[in-house]
Design a protein around this ligand. Sequence first.
Ligand code: TXA
Ligand code: MG
Length: 330
Amino acid sequence: MPEISRDVAYAVARLAAGGVVAIPTETVYGLAADARNVEAVGRVFAIKGRPADHPLIVHIGGAAQLSDWAKDIPAEAYTLARRFWPGPLTLVLKRLPDVPDVVTGGQDTVALRVPAHPLTLELLRRFGGGLAAPSANRFGRLSPTRPEHVVAELDGAVDFILDGGPCRVGLESTILDLTGDEPHLLRPGAVSLAALEAVLGRPVARGGKSRVRAPGGLPAHYAPATPLVLLAGDRLWQEAARQAATARIAVLTHSGAESLPRATVVTLPSRPEDYARELYATLRELDAGGFDLILVEAVPESEEWLAIADRLQRAAAGHRELGDSPQVRG
Ligand code: TXA
Ligand code: MG
């Protein structure tokens, strides 16, 4: 078992000595290393089993540190930082030459964010530098939103977890690329497209091809091991009844409880912020429940559900087709 405590001074000491520490943020738990320490960052990749060309976000204590990592910083970056930092927004900017390639995946850009968790803000303030931190899960799996999830994901591979309790937001940060002619949304999150456009006073591009690679954009990502299928409300109960006849199934809904014989039905909150906070923990529990299949009710197509819809589509991407028999992964 890794050590788990709220001891910020200890976390600072471990990080300064080149250690890897799991840290709480408002979005999800991160697996942090000193972003200037190539060897320590290498250990983060090894622990996660993450391919080397997938860049990491550098977490900093405030917007004043942007210029330690980025160059040609547009005024819009500071405008967004004033409005949304500390908070769940990551900005992709042109990197300074001395940012280690291991952090940026060798790209000419760097992703930066100031997380809004009091313990981690204090950690960053005392540490002084930047912390490269991906989500503290094995590559492709669900991000941890509670300290015990980090234990379940990484067990012996991480020796210290800074305990910040459950994450308030529950989904990974919004990522915005500011290196092109127009701002480009690379990953939807709690800071919405509409909020970004309102502050910037101009449209934010989304989808299609961006100038930069954001490998978290892989179609199959953020996935439980149990096959997961997304279905619109009307087909959901019909399909659930059919599948329940021959398989152990779980149904994840948000539009109101219905019960179904021979199925486990879980109802998540109907407000998107509350749904997001509980989603990963719920999928993790269901994943441990030994089900053959998880059926998830598709969420509304409105903007406030965008980040949730994105993660659900990725979670379903590995096993989207619903055959006649339950799909049990071998
Ligand atoms: O909320 C979050 O962002 C969490 C917490 C721990 O801060 N972190 C997180 O990290 O989700 P990770 O590594 O799981 O996802 C980071 C995403 C990846 O999709 C990565 O490709 C993208 O950020 N990214 C990092 N650097 C980039 C860059 N220079 N250009 C484009 N995308 C970048
Ligand atoms: Mg991740």
